[in-house]
Write a protein that binds this ligand. Structure first.
Ligand code: ATP
Ligand code: MG
Length: 419
């Protein structure tokens, strides 16, 4: 028997996440839940959005969800958790008699309801029920694909260039689709000379998430290499871009494609909408200080939302490289030990490819930019890809970076060719 140090067999201990909005309630609930040494509280939050990410991070057995301060939206939150994770046991907790609401909680997917303050015997009875109950199916859905969001640190940093060429190259070995989720300024069609397409992603989202594989197939465009594309409309805005419609679409795409690349532009809002439904992020930064600092902000946003930093790859697009900031300095600013993957500037061919509406590979396969994207894909997206070491957080001292950088500027051309 493996013991947890307090004489309890580890296999009997349930890992739990707690959601409580009010600080005093939080202390109270923690105290009561800890009455049983059969529950290990692994995380807590007062933010509904963050809760989903904590589930992804911790994969707990139980989520204790206090409903008192959710303004009658408890069922919405429960439904959200249930759609995201059909394994976790959802225990709603309330203080007053709310029979109608409790019914809704169960309909939304709750497994249990506890009145606060939680009594020890009720907690033990609940644990007994959990152990004897068969869990839901372990298969969320039959989904095989990996969803990779390509996210720019700011506008014009080369997000679409990287996304378009990476997806094109990846398609050569695995079924791949590229989706233009750059909601306001999606211009992916330019990169594949497809400005005259009749159908777009708008036709799907206008259907209010009521779309199926057939509809998705109908609005999917195919580039002649076999790469599938879901493009933005030439006219009109994309309405109904929300977590539900994104989830419905990605579920369908993941069943059909091995890789689902998303060009999400640079807005944080778009990232937060897609975040619960993606597996990895490619963060594109440029080699100048403002861009790198924006990159650091993006990384800290990911940390705040508990996105696993091991699932983030960083590309340094050296387009318009003006300054010579070394990758190790960039790592310091980012505050992680992420490997910085460089993609070199090759204006002549990148521009030519763009003007022809063709992937770089078809214009000049040995162009520097194309070769670097191929190396990046080999490293991370081939079957034999060697994974990065675990990403650790490093001490972050913005002041230092600025002073180092400025002193280098004064020294003049201090090129670091190691980049
Ligand atoms: N490695 C590179 N070498 C040369 N030119 C590049 C490189 N990467 C990007 N560019 C050029 O930079 C410009 C902006 O690229 P791109 O449209 O991919 O940026 P973006 O981040 O998607 O912009 P937006 O915010 O408008 O979506 C384009 O003209 C592109 O050709
Ligand atoms: Mg773009």
């Amino acid at each position: 028997m493996v013991s947890n140090g307090i004489g309890v067999d580890d296999s009997l201990v349930r890992r739990a996440v707690l959601f409580e909005i009010k600080q005093d309630h939080l202390m109270e609930s923690k105290k009561h839940i800890s009455q049983s040494n059969l529950i290990q509280l692994v995380d807590e939050t007062d933010d509904v959005e963050k809760l989903v990410f904590l589930l992804k991070k911790n994969n707990p057995d139980i989520v204790f969800l206090s409903t008192d301060n959710l303004n009658g939206e408890g069922n919405v939150t429960i439904n959200k958790i249930r759609r995201y994770n059909n394994q976790v046991c959802i225990v709603a907790m309330g203080t007053k008699d709310e029979t109608q609401a409790v019914l809704q909680y169960f309909r939304a997917g709750a497994d249990e309801y506890l009145m606060k303050p939680i009594q020890r015997d009720e907690l033990l009875a609940l644990l007994g029920r959990i152990s004897s109950k068969p869990r839901y199916s372990t298969q969320k859905s039959v989904s095989f694909g990996k969803t990779v969001a390509v996210w720019g640190c700011r506008g014009g940093c080369g997000t679409t260039t990287i996304a378009a060429n990476a997806a094109y190259l990846q398609q050569q070995s695995s079924p791949t689709i590229l989706v233009d989720f750059h909601i306001e300024q999606g211009d992916l069609s330019l990169f594949f000379n497809m400005r005259n397409m009749n159908y777009s992603i708008k036709d799907l989202f206008d259907a209010n998430s009521n779309f199926d594989e057939i509809l998705v197939d109908n609005v999917t465009t195919r580039y002649n290499s076999g790469l599938s594309l879901l493009l933005q409309p030439i006219k009109g805005n994309l309405r109904n871009f929300n977590s539900n419609s994104v989830e419905s679409l990605l579920t369908i795409l993941k069943q059909k494609y091995r890789y689902v690349f998303l060009d999400i532009g640079h807005q944080d809002k778009t990232l937060l909408t897609v975040m619960p439904h993606i597996d990895e992020i490619i963060l594109v930064i440029n080699q100048n200080l403002p861009s790198i600092l924006m990159g650091a902000k993006k990384i800290s946003l990911l940390k705040n939302y508990c996105f696993n930093l091991n699932d983030v790859k960083v590309i340094l697009n050296q387009y318009k490289r003006k300054h010579h900031i070394t990758p190790s300095k960039i790592q310091k600013v980012l505050g992680t030990n992420h490997k910085i993957n460089c993609v070199r500037d090759d204006y002549y061919y990148v521009d030519m490819a763009m003007n022809h509406g063709m992937p770089l590979h078809e214009i000049k396969r040995r162009s520097k930019t194309n070769k670097d994207i191929i190396d990046f894909l080999k490293r991370f997206y081939s079957d034999k890809s060697d994974q990065d070491k675990e990403v650790k957080l490093l001490p972050f001292n913005e002041q230092n970076i600025f002073s180092q950088y400025r002193s280098e500027e004064v020294k003049g051309e201090n090129h670091d060719e190691s980049i």
